[in-house]
Design a protein around this ligand. Structure first.
Ligand code: SF4
Ligand code: SF4
Length: 315
């Protein structure tokens, strides 16, 4: 049941954190259906936030060379290869390709020299740029003993590296596996300190878009007011359904979900697990108030028993 001190359910996180008259909540809507896997978002994030490189080796996971979100990867573009394509998996016909106006090689030609326009590949890539979800109820923030993690006036969740003591409580608390302490040789910036996306708090302060959204050439990453983004996302899903793409669904947009809705949510073209996302995440501190009440009741009962025993012995 959602009560006054519940750590789940729909709330306005900035107001709940004590801001009076905060600006409207800001977040990301990532529409994976138009991501082209260019990784401009990953690079822009690293450049703006001075995030160190995380290796250049290919991992054997398609074109993914970063693997997962972590201390040195605040935006991660996943590449999922699906042999058989959508037609092979669902029985629905593949949609027509869309000309994005991007530079590239000319279309392939058939053996007769004619341009092959109607050949549909029996394969598809799902590409998706993942990020910290800036949860409405953020367990990372709930468990931080130093106040290093804090809720901003925009409703986002930010780490202060100069306040973090490296205890790492936040790492297992995150239901998405987003936050991590940075490893690295001596001299690397913020080694041992918890790191994750800040939704470019410094840019928001001066009315600028986060670097990833600014860099994305297809507007797969959209930044704005969370309420407006949710509306836009629903309209987009409806349009895709009308176009026959019935696999399209939203992930993380629902304020009634296990984290009270995410500040960064996604349009997916398959099950969340396919993208490496937990299907039904729940804020890991959800039951803390309940547990605290039970522990208090048990302690009070023990104390009462001790007092009764003491008085009985004296009598
Ligand atoms: S996704 Fe994880 S790191 Fe990001 S706000 Fe939620 S709990 Fe914290
Ligand atoms: S910049 Fe946009 S299109 Fe390119 S990988 Fe990132 S989300 Fe996809």
């Amino acid at each position: 049941m959602i009560g006054k001190n519940s750590l789940f359910g729909p709330i306005d996180p900035a107001v709940e954190s004590g801001y009076t008259e905060p600006p409207s909540r800001k977040g990301f809507f990532t529409d994976t259906s138009i991501c082209i896997g260019c990784k401009a978002c990953e690079v822009a994030c690293k450049e703006w936030n001075e995030v160190p490189e995380d290796g250049f080796a290919m991992l054997g996971m398609s074109y993914d060379n970063t693997g997962a979100l972590g201390a040195d990867t605040w935006r991660h573009v996943a590449f999922i290869e699906q042999p058989g394509g959508r037609e092979g998996r669902t029985g629905t016909p593949p949609s027509a390709t869309v000309e994005l106006g991007m530079p590239g090689p000319p279309p392939p030609t058939s053996s007769e020299g004619a341009v092959a326009t109607d050949e549909k590949p029996d394969f598809r890539w799902l590409m998706s740029s993942d990020v910290c979800k800036h949860c409405t109820h953020a367990a990372c923030l709930d468990v931080c003993p130093t106040g290093s993690l804090f809720r901003t006036e925009f409703g986002t969740v930010v780490v202060q590296p100069d306040v973090c003591n490296g205890c790492g409580y936040c790492v297992p608390a995150c239901p998405y596996g987003v936050i991590e302490r940075r490893k690295g040789p001596d001299g690397t910036k913020n080694v041992g300190v918890a790191q994750k996306c800040t939704l470019c708090y410094d840019r928001l302060k001066v009315d600028q878009k986060p670097a990833c959204a600014q860099a994305c050439p297809t507007e797969s990453i959209q930044f704005g007011d969370v309420d407006e983004l949710r509306e836009r996302a629903r309209t987009r899903v409806d349009a895709l359904h009308e176009a026959g793409i019935m696999d399209a669904r939203l992930y993380g947009d629902d304020p009634e979900d296990g984290v009270g809705g995410a500040g960064a949510f996604f349009l997916l073209l398959d099950e969340p697990e396919v993208y490496g996302l937990p299907p039904d995440p729940v804020v890991t501190t959800k039951d803390l108030p309940h547990m605290f009440n039970r522990a208090s009741t048990a302690a009070a009962a023990l104390l009462a028993g001790a007092v009764v025993a003491f008085l009985g012995r004296r009598g």
